[in-house]
Structure formats: C-alpha cells, structure tokens
Design a protein around this ligand. Structure first.
Ligand SMILES: [Zn+2]
Length: 472
C-alpha cells in the first residue's frame, strides 16, 4: 500500500470524508439528493459510513462524535477507519482519498491496519486478491505525515515477517532481512553467527538450536538519533523463534500450525527500529534478537538436560517447549554490557498469558519504577495496545526451583506467565519490563483493526513510548 499526503480530495474517484459540512459538500459539487440523504443521517444521529455513488465517483461520508484527545476517542476513530477498509474491500476499491481532518492520520491508521493483506505467497490466485494500492490522506503537515508513514511501514514490516512461513524465513533469512532494513532505514545491524555465539557461551540459544539443521543467529541493532541525549540506551529484546515445534516436548499439531508466529517479539523490535529510524526520532535504542527454530532433530535437547546460560546460571530443561526463556536469558545477559536505563522484552512466551486475558491485551510485569509503568500505560492507552500488569513477587521463584540445577525452565500449572517472567529475572541487573504478547501477536479471527494473522503488536506501543521518552 502506497500512502501519500495530498492537499485536497478534489477530483478523486473514491472519496471518504469525515464529518463534512453540507456547505463544503455543496461547494465540492455533490448533488442535492446525496446531500439530503447525508443530512437525514446526521439528523437521526446515525454513526458510521454512508456509501453514495455520485456522478463524479464513489463518495463515503461518515459522522462521528469521537474525541481525538482521549484514548477511547482515538480507538473509535481508528475503528471508523477500519470500517472504511471493510467497505473498500467489499466493493473492490483500490484507491481512496481520505479527508478526515483534524483526525485524518488516526482514521487513516485504522484503515491502513485493516486493509493490510499478506499476499506474497499467492501464486495463480495472486491476481484475484484485493489490496488497497493507494491511500491518499488530505492534510498539510508533511513532517507529521512522514513520521506516521514510517510507523505504518514498521507495523507492515513486522506483520509480513510474522506471516512469512519458516520455509521462507529461517534464522539466516531473518538476519539478512534485518541487515537490509538497517541499510534502508538508517540503523546499525550486526549479526553474530554461531562461532561468536559459542565464544559468548550462549548456552540457552545454542541449546535450543541443537535440534535444528539451521544455525542460530544473534542480531544486534543500534540506533542513536540526531539530537538524542547522550545517556544510557533503552534496549528492546525480541524472542526470535522462527518456528516452534516444541522440540522433543512436541506440540499437538493443532497447536503447532501457527508457530511461525513465535518470532513476533523479534518482528516487533525490528518494526519499531524501522519506524523510529525512518522518522529520525532523537532516541538512543539497542535491539537484541536471539533467533533459531526449535525442532527435534537427532541431537535435540531432551527433558532433563541441564544447560548453562552465558551468565553461568544452570537450567534444568524439563520441557523443551519452554524454549523462549532460554534464548531470552542469553539476550538479557548480553544487554548488561550497554548499561541500559531500561530493558523491555517482547515475547510470545506462554500459553498461560493468552489463557489469562485472551488476544485483547499483553501481559506485562517487571522491575521498572512506577514512572516508567505510567508512561508505558499512557502509550498503551493511546495506541490501544493495552497492557495488564501482573505481579512480580518473589514468592513465585519457589515454583522454578530445581533439584539438580540453579533453576528449572518450567514452573508447573500455576501462574505460568509469572514463573516465566521470574525465570528471566535471573539474567537482568537493570530496570526491566517483560511483555508476554502470546495473546495479541497472532489472531485466529479479526479483532478491532486487525484481520487474521500477525498484528505487529508492540510496534505502535513502543514507538509511542519512545517518542514520549524523547520529549521527556
Ligand atoms: Zn515453545
């Protein structure tokens, strides 16, 4: 989808206008019959879009009383944009000009998110797929548009990465794509390969990789925007399990088919770097992505094995499907060398998180101070990428005690999302936020602005948060 800023909707074949005044419509040459139909809806208080075929083309008119200054209002305006996407798809309209000032970019965001399609792998049916090829947004603030457009590109990139099967996107392809994106958007990307990962003694990443024929990679992203304060960076860590079979603790096949999405945390980190770097945001960020697939080849980890993470902590692996925390452990330890002021990890980590709150929000926990949580929650509200804070009490450490190693990688049936977080706490020495995105990362049905598949959850949240931090 190409997105452009245009000065007006004059002459467009498909126009979508929010809250038009009848005077403006008359001035734009809209026939009286259309005008009175619209006025009739306004008088009756009908919300949503009205689709008119006029002499000059398709005209979509919407009324809304949403207040763009509030989180709820922004959500309603994005939802209005998503509804527009539904109408455009149904009518196979591929080019729209959206006039929705002053909330144009918010409505456009809902539309762009809704109109996303993953079409790269269609073969003979490619020509039958509807896509929104061009979205023109009426407005005049080109700096604001550029920043927004970079965000939409970042979300799209994340969703494409998530939706790409492992056959097309193994660990090495993910690393190659990260390098490409770095060159394209202006952030540094360094890929550590197996020999370097061995030299760093990353026993978690190497352990999970033992059953794979593809090597592991450890991707390091660095971005310091012009004008960024010369202080400690914020580090973003993303789980990059490019496919999770569960390993020897094999998943049942109906729980496995979507497991290309187990690198959604990595995708969110990459998407955020694209958005932040392309918008030239004055922030100092580091991104760390440990990546491998989790399979059950001849020499794979078996339940009962003990491995040593790069900080010397030993882990009894009682379930090879609890692999995300093993590779994150090495990444969180690696993050210490940057002396970060904050580390946020994103991971499709536990079924427990998804069972607790479903696909509607992210499970969050950690050691960061209240001011950080308040800032994150403010961003979560404004982007509708909502966070639910879970406890991070030390009581839960009891559940991951091992008889033969420092800790075990699974804590039993109770509070699985929290025992996973407490496991990760063994590898940090900085303020920390753990985001378990297992629920909202990949949808099996359309929810709000998103269709089925990868959502890129985290990109809009983190970009909003980093933007706010850059101004603080
Ligand atoms: Zn797993």
């Amino acid at each position: 989808m190409k997105r452009s800023l245009v000065p007006s909707s004059a002459g467009a074949a498909v126009r979508a206008v929010l809250r038009p005044s009848t005077d403006a419509l008359r001035a734009a040459g809209i026939e009286d019959s259309a005008l009175s139909a619209y006025q009739n809806r306004v008088d009756r208080g009908v919300k949503g879009w009205m689709h008119l075929a006029t002499a000059t083309g398709d005209l979509l008119l919407a009324t809304s009383d949403a207040d763009a200054a509030t989180a709820d209002g922004l959500h309603a305006l994005r939802q209005l944009g998503a509804d527009l996407g539904g109408i455009l798809a149904k009518n196979k309209l591929r080019h729209v000009t959206l006039d929705a000032q002053p909330a144009a970019l918010t409505v456009a965001e809902g539309l762009a998110l809704n109109a996303y399609r993953y079409t790269k792998l269609f073969g003979t049916k490619a020509k039958d797929q509807w896509t929104l090829e061009q979205l023109d947004v009426v407005g005049s603030d080109s700096a604001e548009f550029t920043t927004w457009n970079a965000l939409m590109d970042g979300v799209t990139e994340a969703r494409d990465l998530i939706n790409t099967p492992v056959l097309q996107l193994g660990s090495l392809e993910l690393a190659a794509r990260a390098e490409q994106l770095g060159a394209q958007h202006g952030f540094k990307c360094t890929v550590l390969h197996k020999a370097q990962i061995e030299a760093l003694k990353m026993g978690g990443l190497l352990g999970v990789n033992k059953g794979s024929v593809d090597p592991p990679v450890f991707i390091v992203l660095e971005y310091r925007g012009e004008g960024a304060k010369a202080d400690q960076p914020i580090a973003l860590v993303g789980k990059g399990v490019v496919y999770d079979t569960g390993g020897i603790s094999l998943k049942p096949s109906n729980f496995m088919e979507d497991m290309k999405c187990d690198m959604s945390g990595a995708a969110a980190v990459l998407g955020t770097f694209c958005a932040v770097a392309a918008a030239k945001l004055p922030v100092n960020v580091v991104g760390l992505i440990p990546a491998t697939d989790n399979r059950l080849n001849g020499n794979a980890l078996v339940p009962g094995d003990v491995i040593t993470i790069s900080n010397g902590v030993t882990v009894e692996v009682l379930n090879t499907d609890a692999e995300g925390r093993l590779i994150l452990a090495d990444a969180l330890h690696y993050a210490k060398k940057y002396q970060p002021k904050l580390v946020i990890d994103l991971a499709t980590l536990t079924g427990a998180a998804s069972r607790a709150i479903g696909p509607y929000a992210t499970v969050a926990m950690g050691t960061a101070d209240r001011a950080t949580w308040d800032a994150l929650q403010a961003s979560a509200g404004m982007t509708h990428e909502r966070l639910v804070e879970f406890p991070f009490w030390d009581d839960y450490k009891e559940l991951i005690k091992s008889d033969i190693a420092d800790i075990k990688n699974i804590g039993g049936a109770e509070a699985g999302m929290i025992t996973a977080g407490k496991f990760l706490e063994y590898f940090i020495d900085y303020p920390y936020v753990h985001l378990d995105i297992a629920g909202p990362a990949f949808l099996d049905r359309a929810i709000t602005y998103y269709g089925k598949g990868g959502t890129g959850v985290g990109v809009r949240l983190l970009t909003h948060f980093l933007t706010a931090q850059s101004r603080a």
